[in-house]
Design a protein around this ligand. Structure first.
Ligand code: MGD
Ligand code: MGD
Ligand code: SF4
Ligand code: MO
Length: 762
């Protein structure tokens, strides 16, 4: 649907919702739009409305299970608070306007900036919740059409360190295993992941595995006793930010006790250290000497975990097959990439990789951070399907496929997320497009970034409801969401799943995809994008999918066999899917008779069944890294004596814009809270329900205390879901980021805590 056509249709009908044709009740196969578990769901459609959601029992990985957030999606979709009309800011107020006026303004601001200040004066900030086709199209428009690499998105806040870990260890991004591994694992190593609340259906599957066999054990590493600590056989509670020491110490025990798999290491592993900013080969013996410094007794002093527990965890780790899962507790750290490397190290040393149940698996948070942003290369330094902007050959391949003028894609990466918002604040970015994300609430150190968005020359935001970002924008466009548009999500286990449009969007809302197409057409007309570059090629997400499959051909991601027709009929396909009769791949880098083992274009036909080859790594050998055990950017000190960590609860999704629209979810966790350990509460004179002021070097919040033995003494924990000023915890967090992955350290900053009066309006 073209925007102009949409506007015309609306002029006639005024409200497309009432215009929906009556139809018989039906249940339609789809995918949950929340977390990276990627649960299969069925949607009940009655009279043009979605009236219910249930788990899809035929779904291969989630088998009919769903969690509470998902069940209330129909209420989110049909919320009365949905944005229905475009709005532009006039005299400081957002006022309703037509699509034509809004898009004319958007296109002219972008075109003017590009003409007067060059392509790098504009930027795109997208999301792991946008459809794959949307991210791909935006990336194509900005990099190959406009000629800027200023393409970023919230996966920078979420997955960048996991990408850095996979790429630096294995040469290519994305997990090599799959959820199938859960059913074969004997040991689960869950580190920095509150799987129970954040990937509940996967957690259920882990529990089912544990219940099926008493020898299955769970190790949990988290400075906060999250709900998974209650099922852990071994629970380690490190000082926040100090688990690099812990993992080196586990590796120390593994080496000391002779649990290294010499054949696997000989064939598949090399050892490296960074010396003066350059990677240098070292020998296994040198690595073993490096580890000598990390005896459990020494490590205990640094990371706060008793030596006996480190020994126990290492001894259990080698009782494989072992599957590791981790999420933001490792990624959102200034040493996030290194933390990822150290998990991989343990798998490589023990050969716990590439066998059923043995895999290092980074759990993705959003439904489409993998398929949509990582795989399509929609970040400032990468290009689709494993290509990078720094390589001339990769740029040339994409320019050829896109029909872009040779040399359009700059060789230099664009600005990473934090630098992009810093540049916005300095006025260097003159026009920014933001969609399917709410950076006004979700960026760390939010105050200066909010100021930047407010004062920037031009910011346009697409959302489904009013948010802390739309309130800062110059133009707000109403977006169709999830079940109101058709496209693909790719979740953590490389499974691409199609979700169909089943209901109409409210009012004049249209999909982000259609807005991107319309913007492209207008920028072509303005002469800042070559004529026909996008407008002559695509009308809908189906067309774009075909080009995306082509872009993946002969790469390690090859999904040329995942046709639209297959995706519509099947319950997802895990890439590589190199041919149309290929069933998809459960384990990459391993060759074998089983069709679910890797037969992608790089797979090595000379291997014997079950043998591994890390074909994307230098010399085809994965890297065990010697990483210095560095701690956080801002540890607690005398002035700011506590560590603040932030995260999530089961019932809410990020900035709450969706889950707060379902009254049942809103009530279930109605208010922000700050968890404080009873030991600290005593010192601070705090009781549950008291107000506590949380102050950092950047800002402060006043939130009700929850005194509970969950965070370690010295640590406080606040979820990120509430938008009222007193609870907006990202005013307090730090935007220091990992020098490799550029992912910010949401998980750790230093704060003061003090009993306080109720904030105004509470
Ligand atoms: N209900 C719900 N589910 C979600 C989401 C949501 O908003 N709500 N969001 C989705 C998204 S995008 C994401 S990224 C994931 C996030 O999923 P998770 O990462 O599992 O969730 P978080 O609560 O952010 O953080 C997990 C844990 O990291 C721990 N942690 C903090 N510091 C450290 C440390 O130094 N070391 C270690 N080992 N652990 C530490 C915290 O104590 C916390 O328990 O959830 C996804 N699923
Ligand atoms: N303190 C703290 N902050 C964090 C984190 C943390 O752990 N602690 N975690 C970080 C992480 S991992 C993540 S992933 C980010 C998430 O941060 P955000 O992406 O900013 O959070 P969401 O609430 O998911 O924002 C999605 C927005 O898209 C809108 N939306 C939904 N569907 C559509 C659609 O189809 N089209 C459009 N245009 N809009 C739509 C929603 O209403 C919502 O406003 O937060 C980061 N921020
Ligand atoms: S576990 Fe994740 S994908 Fe599954 S229903 Fe819950 S939120 Fe949706
Ligand atoms: Mo995330």
């Amino acid at each position: 649907m073209k925007i102009s056509a949409a506007a015309a249709a609306v002029a006639a009908a005024q409200n497309p919702l009432s215009a929906a044709t009556a139809e018989p009740d039906r249940w339609v196969k789809s995918v949950c739009r929340f977390c990276g578990t990627g649960c299969g769901v069925q949607l009940r459609i009655q009279d043009g409305r979605m009236t219910a959601l249930r788990g899809d029992t035929e779904h291969p990985t989630t088998k009919g299970l769903v969690c509470a957030k998902s069940l209330f999606l129909p209420k989110v979709v049909h919320s009365p608070n949905r944005l229905k009309y475009p709005m532009v800011r006039k005299n400081g107020q957002l006022v309703r306007t037509s699509w034509e006026e809004a898009m004319t303004l958007v296109a002219s601001k972008f075109a003017d900036a590009i003409k007067s200040s060059g392509p790098d004066s504009v930027a795109y900030y997208g999301s792991g919740q946008a459809m794959s086709e949307e991210s791909y199209l935006a990336n194509r428009l900005f990099k190959g059409g406009i000629g800027t690499n200023n393409v970023e998105g919230n996966p920078r806040l979420c997955m960048a360190s996991a990408v850095g870990g996979y790429v630096s260890t294995f040469g290519k991004d994305e997990p090599m295993g799959s959820y199938d591994d859960i059913d074969h694992a004997n040991t689960f190593f869950l580190i920095g992941s509150n799987t129970a609340e954040c990937h509940p259906v996967l957690f259920d599957r882990i529990m089912a595995r544990k219940q099926s066999d008493r020898s299955v054990k769970v190790i949990c590493v988290d400075p906060r006793k999250s709900p998974i600590s209650t099922i852990a056989d071994i629970y380690l509670q490190p000082i926040p930010g100090m688990d690099l020491v812990l993992m080196h110490s586990m590796a120390h025990v593994i080496v000391r006790d002779g649990h290294v798999d010499p054949d696997f290491v000989e064939k598949n592993v090399q050892f490296k250290a960074m010396v003066d900013d350059a990677a240098q080969n070292v020998t296994f013996e040198e690595y073993a000497r490096f580890l000598e410094d990390f005896s459990p007794e020494k490590a205990e002093k640094l990371c706060g975990v008793p030596a006996a527990q480190i020994e126990a965890a290492a001894k259990q780790f080698v009782e494989g097959p072992t599957t590791s899962f981790w999420t933001m507790g490792l990624n959102q750290r200034i040493r996030g990439v290194w933390a990822n490397n150290l998990v991989h190290n343990m798998h490589l040393l023990t050969g716990m990789i590439g066998k059923p149940g043995a895999t290092p698996f980074s759990l993705t948070g959003q439904p489409n951070a993998c398929g949509g942003v990582r795989d399509t290369g929609s970040l400032c330094h990468i290009l689709p399907y494993g290509r990078v902007v720094a390589k001339e050959e990769h740029r040339a391949e994409m320019e050829a496929l896109w029909g872009a003028k040779p040399g359009t894609i700059p060789a230099k990466p664009g600005l990473n997320t934090i630098e992009m918002f810093n540049a916005l604040g300095r006025g260097e970015i003159k026009a920014m497009l933001i969609l399917t994300t709410n950076p006004g609430q979700s960026l760390p150190n939010a105050l200066p970034h909010r100021k930047a968005m407010k004062e920037a020359p031009f910011v346009v935001v697409l959302d489904i409801v009013p948010t802390l970002t739309t309130e800062l924008a110059d133009v707000v466009l109403p977006a169709a969401m999830w079940a109101e548009k058709s496209g693909v999500f790719g979740m953590s286990e490389r499974r691409y799943q199609y979700h169909p449009k089943v209901v109409d969007a409210p009012g004049e809302a249209v999909s982000d995809f259609d807005v991107l197409l319309d913007l492209a057409r207008r920028l072509e007309a303005a002469g800042v994008v070559p004529a026909g570059y996008i407008s002559s090629k695509f009308e809908n997400t189906d067309d774009v999918w075909d080009e995306m499959r082509e872009a993946s051909r002969n790469t390690a991601y090859d999904f040329t066999g995942a046709t639209r027709e297959r995706l519509k009929a099947e319950r997802g396909l895990r890439w590589p899917v190199p041919t149309e009769d290929h069933p998809g791949t459960a384990i990459r880098f391993v060759k074998g008779a089983d069709p679910l083992l890797d037969s992608g274009p790089y797979a090595d036909d000379t291997l014997k069944p079950g043998e591994t080859k890390f074909y994307a790594a230098p010399d085809k050998k994965a890297v065990v890294w010697l990483r210095p055990p560095k701690g956080p950017a801002e540890p607690a000190d005398a002035e700011y004596p506590y560590v603040l960590s932030t995260g999530r609860v089961l019932e809410h999704w990020h900035t709450g814009t969706m889950t707060m629209e379902a009254p049942e979810l809103k009530r279930a966790q109605a208010r922000a809270f700050c968890e404080v350990n009873p030991v600290d509460a005593k010192t601070l004179g705090l009781r549950t329900g008291d107000w506590v002021r949380i102050t950092s070097r950047r800002g402060e919040c006043v939130i009700r205390a929850r005194v509970v033995d969950m965070p370690r003494p010295g640590m406080a924990f606040v979820p990120m879901h509430w938008a009222d000023d007193a609870s907006l915890i990202n005013k307090v967090t730090i935007d220091a980021y990992d020098p490799g992955s550029k992912q910010p350290e949401f998980k750790i900053c230093a704060v003061k805590l003090a009993k306080a009066e109720a904030p105004e309006g509470a």
